[in-house]
Design a protein around this ligand. Structure first.
Ligand SMILES: *Cc1c(COP(=O)(O)O)cnc(C)c1O
Length: 406
């Protein structure tokens, strides 16, 4: 069916506010940096400053800045020293970066379903997926909403599993008052250009574990053992080093974190309060005592209550100036071609071909994940949004949905 022409004056009559992300703080660090004799990360002043700033928010004993969030997660997985076929339980709504390290280490990502209201790992389904080969759970705090860490840490303890927190989307989020990334064995963060704070590309992995923490550096630096001063790699590890230019920008960004998180949290909570009770809308659930840091905002639509399919509703919202998308999270990860075709290395998956696993991703289904991806609506949140702007967005959503109610 054809859409009505866009309204002359949309309900959201101003463009999406854009924050000024970089400025004098970044410039000051970069200026200091170019006076340095070296831009190498090891003992570099900018990298040291980045770790110090990071620790103000995340009191982790062992911290390693590296080249990306994917690298941070790969370092964590490497530290587990998986054997081929060992399993890591993961959610199916995440970035490819959550899965890459597992596959490179010849491990097997095992998908567990998510909770229908928080969109994060459902501990009951995680429990069902645990086998004798399970080594770890990867808790992705999707969009900035803390996972059910009480249940996941208890499960990990009971089954002697490591808990890796993927905090790429959850800078500043808190589980029962404690920063996410400090509760598991590893906290892994991304500093890519799209995250709450960024330096183009970068990442950090931190750990309080005496078992895994001391070796983190080796897993991102060719197993060169810089602390021992030797060059005698004992095992295979890539080069995932950060460098001083990235660290300079990231160290400056880190000082802005509390303000960015406070603003995003207020924006997200305001949107929830303004949308609560809207017929056909299910706002995201944040558990009492938790702090969501809103990398984005995701709600669900009860599509049976509307006369139009989701794509038409999204188009009608866009016509009223609501920045929303239904496209970014189109498929559960196990439906991506890389998993469906088991094309891990040159069209083959050695771990499976050699009999270390019988995983067949074409057989995997996570019904709640698929339901969410079929009816969700993703809205941007950022620290530049004013209360007035969010008020307009909420009013436009309520108005458009009422127009299309059955
Ligand atoms: C962004 C992201 C990653 C990967 O981070 P990069 O820095 O892009 O490598 C991993 N997991 C999640 C959940 C992410 O959002």
């Amino acid at each position: 069916m054809s859409l009505p022409p866009p309204p002359a004056s949309p309900l959201v009559d101003e463009p999406l506010p854009q924050p000024q992300r970089f400025g004098p703080a970044e410039l000051a660090r970069l200026t200091a940096m170019v006076q340095q004799p070296s831009l190498f990360y090891w003992k570099g002043p900018q990298t040291t400053a980045l770790v110090d700033e990071f620790r103000r928010h995340y009191p982790l004993k062992h911290c390693l800045p590296c080249s990306s969030g994917t690298a941070a997660l790969h370092v964590a997985v490497s530290a587990l020293r998986l054997r081929p076929g060992d399993e890591v339980i993961v959610p199916p709504i995440s970035d490819m970066g959550s899965y890459i390290g597992i596959l490179y280490q010849q491990g097997v990502p095992v998908f567990a379903d998510v909770d229908p209201r928080t969109y994060t790992l459902d501990p009951a389904d995680v429990r069902r997926r645990i086998t004798a080969k399970t080594r770890a759970i990867m808790a992705v705090h999707l969009a900035g909403n803390p996972c059910d860490l009480a249940a996941l840490t208890a499960l990990a303890r009971e089954h002697h599993l490591a808990l890796i927190e993927d905090c790429a989307q959850s800078w500043g989020a808190r589980w029962q008052g404690q920063p996410v990334g400090t509760l598991g064995d590893f906290g892994c963060f991304s500093l890519n250009d799209f995250k709450h704070i960024g330096c183009g590309d970068g990442g950090i992995v931190g750990s309080n574990s005496e078992r895994y923490g001391p070796g983190l550096n080796n897993w991102a630096d060719k197993d060169y053992g810089r602390t021992e001063g030797g060059r005698d790699p004992e095992t295979l590890a890539p080069n995932y080093r950060i460098s001083e230019p990235q660290a300079a920008v990231a160290a400056a960004q880190m000082t802005k974190l509390p303000d960015i998180i406070a603003r995003r949290n207020r924006a997200g909570e305001l949107l929830t309060s303004l949308l609560a009770g809207t017929p056909g809308v299910q706002v995201p659930l944040v558990r009492a005592g938790d702090t969501h840091s809103y990398w984005f905002y995701m709600l669900r639509l009860e599509l049976s209550r509307f006369s139009q399919p989701r794509a038409e509703l999204a188009a009608a919202l866009t016509a009223e100036g609501v920045a929303c998308s239904v496209l970014l999270l189109r498929k559960a990860a196990y439906r991506w071609a890389v998993f469906q075709n088991h094309d891990i290395f040159g069209g083959t998956w050695p771990a499976r071909d050699a009999g270390f696993t019988t995983m067949d991703y074409r057989q995997v289904t996570c019904p709640t994940t698929e339901a969410i991806l079929d009816d969700c609506l993703k809205l941007p949140i950022n620290e530049a949004m004013t209360e007035a702007y969010i008020g307009k967005v909420a009013r436009a959503i309520r108005t458009v949905l009422a127009r299309h109610a059955k």
